[in-house]
Design a protein around this ligand. Structure first.
Ligand SMILES: [Mg+2]
Length: 213
């Protein structure tokens, strides 16, 4: 029986991944590590900026500019002026409210990024006080720490949680936490989410998956 739905933010609640990975690929390329949008999605989508820096510096063999994260967030927040919710997710949240199922948010993004994104799409009030960031734990996704922290704070056992994720890193984190996970294969190829309990392509399919979990 599902007591808590834990939503990823980027690519699940807010339609931010195209913008974010375009900006990231541009900044890495400017820093001497040529990256395309598709490669940024493949290597970094779903992870924190801390893990992005570690991976990119290992490839580059030298440190990235110290202000790269600041410039990334500046460009991202400028773009968030036009941010939209993922199509159909508002109706999913309405359905969960009607069914009395609690939900929260667990994201690799910073609290500032989450706040900026949720405010832009009008979701802030729906999640305020139930928001968990990789800043809150030592190890971000794919470690289970963030999801376990969210479940424990919400007072729900991991086996009574379902996670909604669009990245392989997030699916791995949910599996490591012992939670069911539904993989949203909109921008992500379904085979990359094969470790999920189930995958789905449109938000309209999600309430039934949750009800039968
Ligand atoms: Mg995501």
């Amino acid at each position: 029986m599902t007591e808590l739905v834990i939503f990823d933010n980027d690519g699940v609640l807010v339609d931010s991944e195209r913008l974010a990975n375009t900006i990231l690929a541009g900044l890495l390329t400017e820093a001497g590590l040529p990256y395309t949008f598709e490669e940024a999605v493949r290597d970094f989508m779903g992870g924190s900026m801390v893990s992005m820096r570690q991976k990119a510096e290992a490839q580059l063999g030298s440190p990235l500019p110290a202000d790269l994260e600041d410039r990334y967030h500046q460009r991202l927040f400028d773009g968030f002026a036009h941010l939209q919710p993922v199509p159909g997710v508002r109706e999913v949240l309405d359905q969960l409210d009607a069914d009395g199922i609690t939900y929260c948010l667990a994201s690799s993004g910073t609290h500032r990024r989450i706040h900026t994104a949720l405010t832009a799409v009008g979701f802030w009030e729906r999640f305020e006080g139930r928001i968990f960031s990789s800043e809150d734990v030592r190890h971000g996704k794919p470690a289970p720490d963030l999801f376990l922290h969210a479940a424990s704070t919400m007072g729900v056992k991991p086996t009574d949680c379902v996670v909604v994720e669009d990245s392989p890193l997030g699916v791995a984190a949910a599996n490591a936490a012992g939670m069911k996970v539904f993989g949203f294969a909109a921008m992500t190829a379904p085979e990359k989410l094969a470790a999920a309990t189930a995958t789905f392509h449109e938000m309209a399919a999600l309430p039934t998956l949750i009800q039968t979990a």
